[in-house]
Design a protein around this ligand. Sequence first.
Ligand code: NAP
Length: 270
Amino acid sequence: MEGRLNPPKPRPVAFVTGAARGIGRGIAIELARNGYDIVGNATNYNPAQTGSGLAEVQARVEALGAAFAPAPGDIAELDQHERLLAVALARFQRVDLLVNNAGVAPVIRRDILETTPESYDRVLSVNSRGPFFFAQRVARQMMKQVAVDPTLPAAIIFISSISADTSSPGRVEYCVSKAAMSQMARVFAHRLAEIGINVYEVRPGLIKTDMTEPVQIAYDAKIEKGLIPQKRWGLPEDVGRAVASLARGDFNYSTGMIVEVSGGLNIRRL
Ligand code: NAP
């Protein structure tokens, strides 16, 4: 009788952008391990290519007993956002967690005195403008869900970078994009707090992925010399576990919090 009055809560659904590789892949797998069904976005999806990309992540997620819906598309293109969210709603009818992770580095690192408008616009479009408007769209959807059932928590997590407040004159457009993302996380957190949607910023340091592959040898040497107090590269699962902890609600009374996952790079040292 009681069961009929209180239907079981639906499984929570996470939308992870840039989920095909690196940090986004680590986040998707860790969230699946924590009971989330996953909508995974990346620039493309080839179901026949099961050894890599979104199809490989899909297999890993499904092996953990979670459902996976691929949502290929370019997060920088605002006219694709409606379709991307529609993938989630068609399959799961809800989004409980958005992880805005997709991002790019400049194609060529150039000194701040040589930064081109093309590179600036590209990096800002993918890393800031796209995530801002996608978060806006998903937040509106979450508001509808929370209005129906306020006991089902919703959250948005922005994957920024230590570059949000660290200077790299060789890729200023990346630093600017992540500083902008940091501020949007703060303002969304402020605005959405009264609605019951928590917003967090996760700042990875040096994480071993395709993005950092071109500089891995250079940073291996710096890490060996003590650049990072914890003396190792970060791994995608380090970020995935931090995101899962936020998603579980362990920091429920801490909206707007910045979680740095950098092995202590944030510690000012003498
Ligand atoms: P990565 O290995 O290069 O993977 C990037 C992911 O984002 C890929 O799945 C890629 O899709 C996707 N992506 C790129 N542009 C996209 C777009 N326009 N629309 C949709 N998806 C797009 O990068 P990562 O190292 O995992 O970085 C993930 C995030 O963490 C980025 O925001 C990055 O700035 C941030 N971060 C990384 C580090 C680090 O040390 N690695 C440190 C701090 C912050 P495809 O697979 O289809 O190309």
